[in-house]
Design a protein around this ligand. Structure first.
Ligand code: PLP
Length: 525
């Protein structure tokens, strides 16, 4: 493609995207296609030769083949899961990243890619109120962009495992080992030789994201998704936050049985209901449970969705105790106007991450790395290669400003309040858990499984209509709430209204409520 042609088609593509955003409301939010419908409209074989008029055909196919198979995450009527924000500055940064075509595995392979990332993580850490010990300006901490929250949890777990093995081998991992080529003597060996992998235990709440269990599966700690011996799911209280007293009990029991607690994942803003685990109480319980043979367990905080709300100081109470965590991660690619993928991951112990993940074959050796003065982010992640994702944060933060981002978040929280008050005003519906930010969990009132069926039908009707898109969760069977009472709706299906698409305005939220009421059982009969 010549430069001239790129310029011409590129302008046309930007126009197409801008037009898409302006008409996104006109599409059914949830794609209405059947399985293989898109496949059947795509040729089985690639073109042998360049197509003449290829770009006209491609633009036509975008309309007729691709758009029908799109679920419109950028629609103002998208209220499912959590948002996956896109924005002008985010898209332009993606474009620039592709245009520069930088692969920033080493500092030397593009110093700007590394150093902009370091600065952005320091900016973002400050923006959400993380303690200075997580920033690159501290002696031991620092941040990095991972692809997703799942990867961040996996990286933290790998570092924790290595740290535990190191401690069990009687040797602390060296602090500065950016150029190390082999694991520290003793690290890993003892644990592996005496079956240490199988002894290690992960703790998280029943409400944690499945990525915690998946990380335990990938690291070889869990023997499958249902291994409750090596991944202990701690019960929650009536607000659905982890019970720190039960965590302490479980750790003590495991130690007494010869197992090795090594990793705790607290969730700030759970996937189901945005419940907040009490990080301060969890850290205190971990402190009381003591260090054990593998040293103190690693505390990771997964704030995948909720991290964004902490740009507003009034929400930072949910981070109480974070100064005791070993690592913290959140996804600007959810609710902070930054296109997927962008997970910000910080640690107070960068040496533990590098010790666990660094390996230096000859072809990666270079003078800058040898000085020990530069960061090679390949040592902070699973893959070797990495894109120039920091551009997205740079553009987004500079375009909106921190105050602009706060206003954006506060508006969605206000819209969630509006929606909540609409639900409360209708006696046929109920709010089922305390709202902590932009997610409203509600349901059509009713008892037992029949009420689950009614709520599920209601959701499916709404989603099939294409007017709005909602998803559901099931409330956990809280064994013993703090109040001493079981949550009255334990085990019941509830609807989730997550308000966080960039285009959503109050009129969309009010219209969504009208649609919900209109599709509700009484309205049909
Ligand atoms: N953790 C929490 C609390 C989440 O809500 C989610 C997704 O919604 C994830 C992790 C997984 O996020 P990712 O897709 O970035 O791995």
């Amino acid at each position: 493609m010549s430069g001239e042609e790129f310029r011409r088609i590129g302008h046309r593509m930007i126009d197409w995207i801008a037009d898409y955003w302006s008409r996104v409301e006109s599409f059914p939010v949830l794609s209405q296609v059947k399985p293989e419908e898109i496949l059947s409209n795509l040729p089985a074989n690639p073109p042998e030769h360049a197509e003449s008029g290829a770009w006209d055909a491609i633009f036509r196919d975008l309309e007729s083949v691709i758009l029908p198979g799109i679920t419109h995450w950028q629609s103002p009527n998208f209220f499912a899961y959590f948002p996956a924000n896109s924005s002008g500055p985010g898209v332009l940064a993606e474009l620039l990243s592709a245009g520069l075509g930088v692969q920033g595995m080493l500092w030397a392979t593009s110093p700007a890619c590394t150093e902009l990332e370091t600065r952005m993580l320091d900016w973002m850490g400050g923006m959400i109120g993380l303690p200075g010990t997580f920033l690159s300006t501290s002696p031991r901490g620092g941040g990095v962009i991972e692809g997703t929250a799942s990867e961040a949890t996996l990286v933290a777990m790998i570092a924790a495992r290595e740290r535990a093995f190191g401690a069990m081998g009687g040797e602390e991992p060296p602090l500065s080992s950016r150029t190390r080529t082999s694991p520290p003597r003793g690290a890993g060996e003892r644990g592996r030789a005496d079956g240490g992998r199988a002894e290690l235990v992960v703790y998280t709440s029943t409400q944690a994201h499945s990525s915690v269990i998946k990380a335990a599966m990938i690291t070889g700690i869990a023997r499958g998704p249902d291994d409750r011996e090596r991944v202990r799911l701690i019960d929650v209280d009536d607000r659905l936050g982890m019970r720190a007293d039960l965590l302490e009990e479980a750790m003590n029991q495991d130690r007494a049985a010869g197992r090795v607690p090594f990793f705790v994942c607290a969730t700030v803003g759970t996937t189901g209901t945005t419940a907040i685990d009490p990080v301060d109480e969890i850290a205190a319980s971990m402190g009381r449970a003591g260090a054990g043979a593998a040293g103190a367990p690693w505390l990771h905080v997964d704030a995948a969705h909720a991290g964004a709300v902490c740009v507003c100081p009034e929400f930072r109470g949910m981070l109480r105790g974070v100064e005791s965590a070993d690592s913290f991660a959140f996804n600007p690619h959810k609710w902070l106007l930054t296109n997927f993928d962008c997970n910000c991951f910080w640690t107070r112990d960068r040496a533990a991450i590098v010790n666990a993940l660094s390996i230096t074959p000859e072809y990666l050796r270079n003078a800058a790395t040898e000085t020990g003065k530069v960061i090679d982010y390949r040592d902070w992640q699973i893959p070797l290669g990495r894109r120039f994702r920091a551009l997205k944060l740079w553009f987004v933060i500079r375009h909106y400003g921190v105050e602009g981002l706060r206003a954006y978040i506060r508006e969605h929280v206000r819209l969630a309040e509006v929606f909540e008050s609409l639900v409360r005003s209708d006696p046929r519906f109920e709010i089922v858990v305390a709202r902590t930010m932009n997610l409203v969990c509600f349901r059509w009132k009713g008892e037992g499984e029949e009420s689950d069926r009614i709520n599920k039908d209601l959701m499916q009707r709404l989603n099939l209509s294409g007017d709005i898109y909602l998803t559901h969760t099931v409330l956990p069977k809280v064994a013993e709430a703090r109040s001493g009472a079981r949550h009255p709706l334990a085990g019941r299906l509830v609807l989730r209204m997550a308000i966080g698409a960039a285009a959503t305005q109050e009129r969309h939220v009010r219209a969504a409520w009208e649609r919900i009421v209109g599709a509700a059982p009484n309205a049909r009969s």
